[in-house]
Design a protein. Sequence first.
Length: 66
Amino acid sequence: MAENKLAIHEILEIHEMLTLKQAALVKGYVSEPLIKDKELQKIARNYLKNTEQAISELKQLLPNKV
């Protein structure tokens, strides 16, 4: 949880970013098996890893009781 109290509009914006990141992550996992090029597979896996990290960081910003 963030140490500073967030305004409701900030919480909503973080929630919106989380929703978009989670949708991108699902699409990435669905698309990954279809990728044949080895270099592109490497890029996709790196993207998925970074997206998971971003989701984790965004969740930490949200207060526990939302």
